[in-house]
Design a protein around this ligand. Structure first.
Ligand code: PEP
Ligand code: MG
Length: 748
């Protein structure tokens, strides 16, 4: 790169910075900047377009075009050449703009006089802020060097826009991160919350995009990259890395050692950017590429680069995770993604969680569910928009988030929360009453749990016991395999907290989506139907046996209930059960106390088990339907796939008929039966389950009240009759008739 242009652009950046250092009105600054850039680039025109809202760009300042068009000329994202630059995040460089595809003629600007056009995005790590354009009369292609120079200037403008340098009342340019924004994501955990944003990884703020002494900056960036490389090597040297983690870190190392990356940043610095701004410029470019790349693997790699840039920025600015900011009251955690252990560290003090990524089955979602914290997933770009302390409303039922909401929205939302709180109060008054329907049938309501933190809900919710204790959570939140003694102590505390109420401990249900960080992941084409749950336990019984020993020791002679997940055939249950009996025998021979009553049950989560021989139902002490899995296998609809997971109704009569078959099989042998999938906690679904013969339901603690309230209002025989009527009428689902019938039942 020629020295001359380097110092030219340094000079321009310095003039820019000086202009911005003088206090002044936002509009005056913009005008001066366009003048400066046109002058320095030797073009007749320089214009700055900024986003008015997420879809509309507005000409905010110009040197060379008609001034009367300023704040009048607008275009949509993707419209015209300016809109194209904004949409793609890539420069457009043409010698003959009017004949370029997509060119939009804007007569009010007088731009027909200008032939060459160079536009570059003004963007900041994935946040599109506007477009910077230079134009000239002579038909010429701008050189690589000129594009590059303009890109560097745009970077500084992005930082300045972010810092609010152009905001002013009179030009109508509103400060960023001030407007209300709504995000439509997915529901990870139901519930509504109002609070303030707490960013898991706060944005790094750059206040010095322009630097005086490039050599100092180069030293800084080299030192920071050196530190980054060492930190990655340290991570790589850590124990307990699985193949996938190693691969990711290897990719990090490759990027961190990439000469191209460092060279590009050094070139930016030579142009006048500070080390931080140079990192961010690279990061923005990677983000823009990420949006364009259809290939998932390449996108992943670009996202690695993005992550690496963040680390580098933190090293350079010293802004670690601990920025000294204080967590606001009612914090709502906002993050791209978060690990289960980190989420658990925040614990119940969070009012809600919003993630850019995530899936319903992700570990974070599992923990959020266990903590009963409303969670919205796939809220795209929220980490770019949200600032620490911003007011935020989380609607976990709808998967919607309102950031910096308008007062009217906030008011309506508060009404909804108040109504829910009111209902909770009503439910609390039912706490000590049984879930007895008008016909006299009593349904035993239990709760699902998975963390020690859940147990206080046992008393508060009025549940009769814990129908499903998901033991895998304790494994997921650790970075190494827990020891037997640790588990025994934990299970003992769970039993203590249950105060004699029954706790059904489900043995480790890993595999599929739940991959332990310290276990070798399997490369399976279809993990939900793969080597998971009891299949792993039976094939590699070491962990299963250790867990069984821990449970027996925890019981210290008290009654113990164990159930096995995903039992698909009789022999699997026989083998699993034999493991329990063997461990009991072993403990007894070691002189340890053994449970005075032992219940060993199976989760019915695959249709095959419903057709198992009678001997299975005779052998099982109880059967618990894992409706989440059973439904996905019954309808062949992946429970984690947003495209299909809500497609089939639980009240579909085929499914209800199938469930009735299970009820009948258990009745034949007198095998106690329960239902512990999410549907048990949905009042209408719970009603249908009770009506077709389920006498025990296990659900999230917060659902016990609503389900109990509804059951107490109805006669289950009548509900059953409604389901029958739907069947006779040939309906696909019993829901419409059931809802209609319920609506006619009057208030509860
Ligand atoms: C189920 O599948 O219904 C169940 C309760 O287990 P999990 O959701 O943990 O797979
Ligand atoms: Mg399951």
């Amino acid at each position: 790169m020629p020295d001359r242009s380097e110092s030219d652009s340094r000079k321009l950046l310095r003039r820019l910075r000086d202009t911005l250092a003088v206090p002044g009105k936002g509009q005056d600054r913009l005008d001066q900047i366009t003048h400066l850039i046109a002058d320095s680039m030797g073009t007749e025109v320089c214009s700055i377009y900024l986003f008015r809202d997420s879809e509309t760009l507005e000409l905010c300042a110009t040197q060379g075009l008609n001034k009367s068009a300023v704040h009048k000329t607008r275009m949509k994202l993707g419209e015209g050449l300016v809109g194209r630059v904004a949409r793609t995040g890539m420069p457009v460089n043409t010698a003959d703009a009017p004949s370029e595809k997509g060119f939009r003629y804007m007569p009010e600007t007088g731009e027909e006089l200008y032939s060459s056009f160079l536009g570059v995005p003004i963007q900041r790590v994935g946040e599109k802020l506007g477009v910077l354009v230079v134009q000239s009369r002579t038909a010429r292609q701008f050189s690589e060097d000129e594009i590059y120079a303009l890109d560097v200037v745009a970077m500084v403008l992005a930082e300045m826009t972010e810092l609010g340098a152009f905001t002013s009342e009179e030009n109508g340019i509103r400060a960023l991160h001030k407007q209300p924004v709504m995000f439509r994501g997915g529901s990870g955990q139901e519930g509504a919350a109002e609070g303030r944003v707490w960013l898991h990884e706060p944005r790094v703020v750059i206040t010095n995009p322009v630097a005086d002494d490039p050599l100092t900056e180069i030293e800084r960036i080299r030192a920071a990259v050196g530190e980054l490389r060492v930190s990655i090597d340290d991570l790589l040297a850590a124990e307990h890395l699985d193949k996938e983690q190693k691969q990711v870190l290897e990719a990090y190392r490759m990027f961190a050692h990439s000469r191209g990356w460092l060279r590009r940043m050094e070139e930016d610095i030579m142009r006048g950017l500070s080390a931080e701004a140079a990192v961010e410029k690279e990061q923005s470019a990677a983000r823009a590429r990420m949006e364009q790349v259809p290939d998932a693997y390449l996108r992943e790699r670009l996202s690695d680069l993005d992550d690496l840039s963040n680390r580098l920025l933190r090293i350079l600015t010293g802004q670690g995770k601990d920025t000294g900011a204080e967590m606001p009251d009612n914090p709502v955690l906002v993050a791209r993604n978060i690990g289960p252990a980190e989420l658990l560290d925040y614990g119940r003090k969070l009012k809600g969680v919003v993630l850019e990524e995530g899936s319903v089955g992700s570990h974070a979602a599992i923990v959020a569910r266990a903590l009963a914290i409303p969670l919205v997933i796939n809220a795209e770009r929220i980490t770019t928009e949200a600032l620490n302390g911003d007011p935020i409303l989380v609607d976990g039922d709808q998967g919607v988030v309102h950031l910096r909401p308008e007062e009217t929205v906030a008011r309506a939302f508060r009404d909804k929360i108040a109504m829910q709180a009111e209902a909770q109060k009503r439910y609390a008054s039912l706490r000590n009453l049984p879930a007895t329907a008008l016909c006299g049938t009593t349904i035993s309501l239990h709760m699902n749990a998975g963390l020690m933190a859940d147990l206080p809900s046992l008393e508060g919710s009025g549940a009769d016991g814990v129908g499903l204790f998901r033991t895998e959570l304790q494994f997921l939140i650790r970075s190494r395999m827990p020891q037997r003694a640790e588990l025994a102590a934990l299970y003992a505390r769970v039993m203590d907290a249950a105060k004699g109420k029954r706790v059904a401990f489900r043995t480790l249900d890993i595999g599929s989506d739940k991959v332990l960080p310290y276990m070798k992941p399997q490369d399976e084409p279809n993990p939900a139907m793969g080597w998971r749950a009891v299949r792993v336990g039976l094939d590699k019984p070491g962990v299963l046996r250790m867990q069984l020993q821990a449970l027996i020791r925890a019981a210290k002679g008290r009654p113990l209930t164990i159930m096995f997940p995903l039992i698909s055939e009789h022999s699997e249950f026989q083998q699993a059960r034999a493991h329990v009996l063997r461990e009991v025998h072993r403990e007894r021979s070691l002189g340890h106390p053994v449970p005075d009553r032992l219940e060993i049950g199976a989760m019915l989560e695959t249709p095959s088990l419903a057709f198992a021989p009678r001997a299975f139902f005779e052998l099982a002490d109880f059967v618990s339907v894992g409706g989440n899995d059973l439904k996905q296998f019954f309808f062949a609809a992946d429970r984690e796939n947003e495209l299909v997971r809500r497609r089939y109704d639980t009240l579909n009569l085929s499914f209800l008929t199938f469930l009735e078959g299970i009820v009948a099989r258990c009745a034949e042998t007198g095998t106690p039966l329960s239902f512990c999938g999410e549907d048990a906690g949905r009042p209408v679904e719970a009603l249908a389950l009770a009506a077709i013969g389920f006498r025990t339901l296990s659900m999230r603690p917060a659902s016990v009240g609503p389900v109990k309230a509804l059951i107490r209002r109805v006669n289950l025989a009548e509900v059953r009759a409604v389901i029958e009527r739907a069947r006779t009428e040939g309906a696909e689902s019993a829901r419409p008739l059931l809802m209609e019938w319920l609506a006619n039942q009057g208030p509860g």
